[in-house]
Write a protein that binds this ligand. Structure first.
Ligand code: PNS
Length: 165
C-alpha cells in the first residue's frame, strides 16, 4: 500500500492545492493532507478551520484523509508509514526552497521520497497569500478557491472587520 503525505499551511486551500490533491489521489492508495500547526507564518485561519475547509473539499475522494501535525514533517510521515511526500511546484521561484527542503528531508529520513507535481497551468499564478489579500480588500475570489469554502472565507473577513471596529 502506497501512502503519501501532502503537507502545507493551506491558509486557505486554493483550487491549485485541490488540483494537486485530485491528481495525486489517483496515484497513491492513500493520501493524507497534513496541515502544519506551528509555522513561522501567522495563519489567518485556525488549525481546525483549515482542516474543516479541506474536509469539505475532498468528500468525493475516499482515499484522501485530512490531518494536522506539529514538528518535523519527516517524523510525522514516518509515524504514518508514508513512503512519499507530495509537493506542488508552480514556478521556478518555488524550486529553490522546495529543493532545499526535499534534500534536508531526505538527509533526515532517506527512506521517504519527495515527489513534485507540476501545477496545472491554470493555477500557476495562484497562492493562499494572494487569495487572502484579494479577499481582504473586497475583491472576488471565485475561481481561485473551491466554491464550497467561499462562505467560510467571507465570514472570516467579516469577523476580522468586526474585531477592528
Ligand atoms: O504551504 P507551505 O507553508 O509552503 O508548507 C510548508 C511546509 C509545511 C511543508 C514546511 O514548512 C514543513 O515541512 N514544515 C514542517 C517542519 C519541518 O519539517 N521543517 C523542516 C523542513 S526541511
Amino acid at each position: 500500500m502506497k501512502t503519501a503525505v501532502y503537507p502545507g499551511s493551506f491558509d486557505p486551500i486554493t483550487l491549485g492545492h485541490l488540483d494537486i490533491i485530485q491528481r495525486s489521489s489517483r496515484i497513491f492508495d492513500k493520501l493524507i493532507i497534513a496541515v502544519v500547526k506551528n509555522h513561522s507564518k501567522k495563519p489567518l485561519f485556525s488549525i481546525n478551520e483549515r482542516v474543516n475547509m479541506i474536509k469539505k473539499c475532498v468528500t468525493d475522494l475516499p482515499n484522501v484523509k485530512v490531518d494536522h501535525f506539529e514538528g518535523l514533517l519527516v517524523n510525522y510521515a514516518s509515524l504514518l508509514g508514508a513512503q512519499v511526500i507530495v509537493k506542488g511546484l508552480r514556478a521556478v521561484s518555488d524550486f529553490e526552497y522546495e529543493f532545499q527542503m526535499a534534500l534536508l528531508n531526505r538527509k533526515m529520513q532517506p527512506e521517504i521520497e519527495t515527489m513534485f507535481m507540476m501545477t496545472n497551468h491554470k493555477y500557476s499564478y495562484l497562492s493562499s497569500s494572494m487569495v487572502k489579500e484579494i479577499a481582504g480588500l473586497g475583491g472576488c475570489i471565485r475561481d481561485l478557491v473551491p466554491d464550497i469554502i467561499l462562505g467560510d472565507i467571507k465570514n472570516k473577513f467579516h469577523e476580522k472587520q468586526g474585531e477592528n471596529k
